[in-house]
Design a binder for this molecule. Sequence first.
Ligand code: F0G
Length: 387
Amino acid sequence: MLKPLDQSGVWRFRELLPPLAEQRVITLREGNTPLYHLQRCASLTGIDSLYAKHQGMNPTGSFKDTGMTVAATAAHATGFHWVACASTGNTSASMAAYAARGNMRSLVLIPEGKISWGKLSQSLDYGALTCQLRTDFDGCVRILNDLVRQKPVYLLNSVNPYRIEGQKTAAVELLEQLEWQVPDHIIVPGGNLGNSSAIGKALLEVHQLKLISRLPKVSIVQAQGANPFYRSVHEFGGAKLEPMTADTMATAIRIGNPASWKKALRVLQSTGGEVEQVTELEIAEAKAEIGADGIGCEPASAVTLAGLKKLSQRGFVKPGETVILILTGHLLKDPDFTIKFHRGDLFEGTLQEREAVRTKQLQRAPVVLDATLAAVISALEAAEKIP
Ligand code: F0G
């Protein structure tokens, strides 16, 4: 049974969903993502016990899938024919896939020209009605909120409570993988702030259930050009959040008016975490460093390592502590960024162009050679001189 739309625009159930038969659960076998030790990044940061929980290893390549299985199942069980989201690319990719699996139609609102090709191609392939709006993510959200008040369309943005419930599983899985030894820090990228809220909620609940005896500190990292939450905490003590026009090459977190900032604030306060911001250059470097560890991730995920470096410099994270980075998206989500970085083009024409010279030793540009053995041997010998 449904209540009329509430203020957030989400259809809510008057009663809990009845238990669903297994065959009615829309799933792509998400979850059970790997926990990796980041060897090189550990020696780079001086934090030996440094791990990545890679949510980009989910079926559509991002952390969104663990929430989408729950929320899409709820939409389907209630008889919705259409589901919709505003997105920076990953939610839309995930929603389109789960909608298709559940025989539902999906409507995607994305900011034109501001999402990566990999993500756009996914929503096309999964059959979504994909609308590229001439606005930013926040503009897409505004239109979607109005739309769901007029049309029987189920909203699948992260304000949907079922998404949050599903995304909690990452934290529980992580604790299970650590054999319930509580890490000291969990570091999460911050965009719309649904994921940090979900992870924090899971930890608080698990703590209340006495499955763990203390809480890890959950810290949130934003891109400097999309830092409304950082500013809220550091400039206004969390009393208010001033929306901003966001800009960052980490397009997944190009968000100026995060919906779940109050929930994220409560997570910081209850776990004793910090909020940090990082520059475009720091993001690009960190992404290459995670790549060089044989793991890889998309730019928005790399803010975690960049943020960790800052948190450790200011003594908030200590060398002997255990740190988990939540990597939210797969390396192949945004190959454009990676190729531009390695070719040395990423910062061309930007204010950071000169400073970007320092990333040179991380770059591995492809070399074009004549098709001869001699040419390949000389490339090999040249590469042997690089550590
Ligand atoms: N990392 C990636 C790869 C993302 O796609 C997002 C958000 C975040 C981090 C931030 O998570 O919003 O829960 O704080 N992507 C959304 C989308 C907004 O539409 O795909 P958050």
